[in-house]
Write a protein of this length. Structure first.
Length: 397
């Protein structure tokens, strides 16, 4: 999706909040119906039946009829699609939507195509019951049949047009620029992404002064009374800092993924299960976890470096050119001779092979193993399949 910053007036923001409230109400009501099913009972109403019930509810409730029927019907359609994804095994079960967390709605049909450009920086879009709303024309708006408007925790409104961009062509096709080589990417916490070419990339985060302010705001939040106006202001300030950090991470991922997709024909990454890796280590009351604080810090580091988002965007921009490699012992295996030993890695950054003396940055060495497609089956074994090493992978840094 192509997302743009929406700038509504106070009156328009009130209308948008009303749409969000109606979408949440219809979603939760439809979800409650679906969850009432039990074995032996008849099936619960589907999308078409719920749309019929929605028409009856709008006739009976003036406050519901005051909203947009398109917004409310699309909430039911989104719910139906969420259940299809759940039964298809590609998503978790639909959950309840809460105020302040799920602020958004979708518009489809001819109304979604009413877009005008005002000047070089601004455009406007027609939103039912709210009129023409301005948005920042930061890039060309794609031709889309629907759009989604949402409000984040920092109070910012965005509009996203549903359009799939064209994939980036590989350099080997002759339409791109670059050498068309193979590259391996090792993701880490100290170094966000290390390429087999020797490049070390760092995902930007909050600056030192921003981290200090965030810590002070979190201390203030702990002293605020729940439900007070002061607590709301502090939470909003924290959300703005978090949104700034998220924006920087997404911007970095977009630039890096585009650059890699343009330069390399084949991209190899580690096959990591990030959801399992970032799972909490607190355990239960009967079996409490160990090193909980250290594990929580590691989880924050993994999420802050955008491991999953980077690979997702690479797969979207370079479909069919991203391969996942078994990450077993790639950081302990020498990229020059293939010798695997835990002692090869002296520390977080230094790698020195005990067999051949090859030295390199530890993350770059791991990236070269990933680029070669190596998967070590035993700690001190050799790679499972002999692979021809690329010339640029055998050189040391």
């Amino acid at each position: 999706m192509s997302r743009y910053r929406l700038v509504p007036t106070p009156a328009q923001e009130t209308a948008l909040r009303g749409h969000c409230g109606h979408a949440r109400y219809v979603w939760n009501l439809g979800l409650e119906q679906r969850l009432m099913w039990r074995p032996g009972r008849p099936p619960t109403p589907g999308y078409l039946a719920q749309c019929t019930q929605l028409t009856e509810a709008r006739a009976a409730e003036p406050w519901l009829a005051a909203g947009s029927q398109t917004v409310q019907q699309q909430a039911l359609r989104d719910l139906d699609q969420a259940w299809r994804n759940f039964w298809g095994g590609i998503h978790s079960r639909p959950s309840w939507r809460k105020e302040g967390q799920h602020e958004g709605f979708r518009i489809v049909g001819p109304q979604a195509q009413r877009i005008e450009r005002l000047n070089r920086r601004w455009g406007r879009v027609w939103v039912p019951k709210a009129g023409w709303i301005k948005f920042r024309w930061s890039r060309q708006v794609p031709g889309a049949k629907s759009y989604r408007i949402n409000r984040d925790s920092a109070g910012r409104w965005h509009i996203a047009f549903a359009a799939i961009p064209d994939p980036i062509p590989a350099p080997g096709t002759g339409t791109g620029t670059g050498t068309g080589e193979m590259v391996g990417i090792d993701r880490g916490v100290a170094v966000s992404a290390a390429l087999s070419t020797g490049e070390l990339l760092a995902c930007p985060g909050l600056r030192g002064t921003e981290k200090t302010r965030l810590k002070r705001l979190q201390q203030q939040l702990a002293r605020c009374r729940r439900g007070s106006n002061r607590r709301t202001r502090v939470k909003t300030a924290i959300a703005r800092l978090r949104a700034r950090e998220t924006d920087r991470r997404k911007d970095w991922v977009e630039k890096i993924s585009t650059d890699i997709a343009r330069r390399f024909d084949l991209i190899r990454v580690e096959a990591l299960k990030i959801r399992n890796m970032t799972r909490s280590a607190r355990g239960t009351v009967e079996k409490p976890g160990r090193n909980v604080r250290q594990k929580a810090g590691l989880n924050r580091g993994i999420l802050a470096n955008g491991w999953g988002l980077l690979v997702t965007r690479l797969e979207q921009k370079a479909p069919g050119r991203v391969e996942r490699v078994n990450p077993a012992y790639t950081s302990q295996t020498c990229a020059a001779c293939g010798h695997c030993a835990s002692e090869n890695r002296e520390n977080q950054a230094a790698f020195r092979c005990l067999a051949c003396g090859h030295t390199a940055h530890a993350d770059v060495n791991a990236a070269r193993n990933i680029a070669a497609g190596r998967a070590v089956t035993a700690r001190r074994g050799t790679r499972s399949v002999p692979l021809k090493r690329e010339p640029h992978l055998a050189t040391s840094t």
